[in-house]
Design a protein. Sequence first.
Length: 477
Amino acid sequence: LPLFLDSPQTLMPRNQPRPVGRTLLLLLLAAVVAGAVYLQRELRLPPPAVVAVTSDLPAIGRKTIVTVTAQEPRRGLSQLTVTASGAGFQRRVLAQVSPPTTDAGPHEQVVVVIPLGREVTPDIRPGTVTLEVVAQARGTRLRTPPPVVVRLTREVQLQPPTLAARSAFIHPAQGGAEVVVYDVGPGSKRDGVQVGRWFFSGFPLPGGSANQRFALFGIPYDLETSEAEAQARVLLVAEDELGNRAESQFIHRYFRRPMGKDAIELQDAFMKKVTEEVYARTPELRRTNDLLEDFLQLNRGLRQSNMAQLASLAASSRGKFLWSETFLPMPNAAVKGSFADRRTYLAAGKPVDTQDHLGFDLASLKQAPVQAANAGVVALSSYFGIFGNCVVLDHGYGLMSLYAHLSTLAVKVGDTVARGQELGRTGGTGLAGGDHLHFTMLVQGLPVTPVEWWDGHWIQDRLKLKLAGALPWQGTP
Ligand SMILES: [Zn+2]
């Protein structure tokens, strides 16, 4: 604006200074400059708002999150409106915000999060939905900038993957295992068996067609329910990438195997032995100054964290049957504790804790050889919390066997072991009162009774009849 910024002297006669007129002229000039600055500011449009619309999934199914981000750093937005058309919507307003200006200035950025899909907008229909975002920037007194309009188009797909169980005679028992062969459509991204919080992922059926899969699954030892209830809670499920989920009941019978009961009187000598060893070998744990409290921290917290570690270990299981014979029990052993006993711990006759014992306690001679129950690969061989020196073998498809309280370890992680191979010697490390082997089978981290796996008839009836050639089992029933 060179005209207004010129020096005032250039407009004045030189040799006749008239002080009053000169002041007036200066004031006038100042007013003109101020007016020009005002006009210049009020007539100039701010740059258009910058608007982005994105979605976290490529289409809309169960629940897709659409995020609208609008920015206008100079004056802020006066209004932002999001409408939906198509797929059951007739220009429905999904969001309308008028961000207020605060003392701190305009809201430079407005973010609107809109969930869309069957779960949140149940009247949505299959088809194509167009979201229209209209962002109106705040104008001046004299001019309003044109709104910025941005559209996002997404397909709405609400059909879950097709899913059908192919196996007959699915007769699981509480605390046991089973297998199901099923067909699933190509859209499935996650399928298998769901039982409460436990999920047993399916795998391609060896030798089967592209849509044939199977899942080895376990029944939680505490699923103490009727057959009808179990049928409703043990479900075959398949989900596509949009979260569309098919669920199907597929078990035919259910056998209850109520948990056993047991009581353990805690002696100071036992608690001293256990806490001294386990805390020394588990440096991340802090002792209290109370023996019973120290013991209970192990019996509760450490037990829980060890069980969670076993569930994560299942993710490393190989997608292959690594075994072909019936599982071996420990030879010449006396059973000192059995699977799924609910144990009450007593201190001076008073109950102080309740925990579930999830394995077999097998005792023979001191430092007896511990044999691999079946062929597999060593997934864990180290000191492991309440289990003391412990070996876990992977047998494939999420199936593992666990050997705890050992005195010595003879294998290392990654070793391939043969059925009957020595893994170490029995002992009393970890939460153990005396020399014995604590043994259990695990299906994707869930402890299940080993009794089934020791039984050729069970493998024949429950697994072989369903998996046929896919299971390389050479045993005899
Ligand atoms: Zn045990």
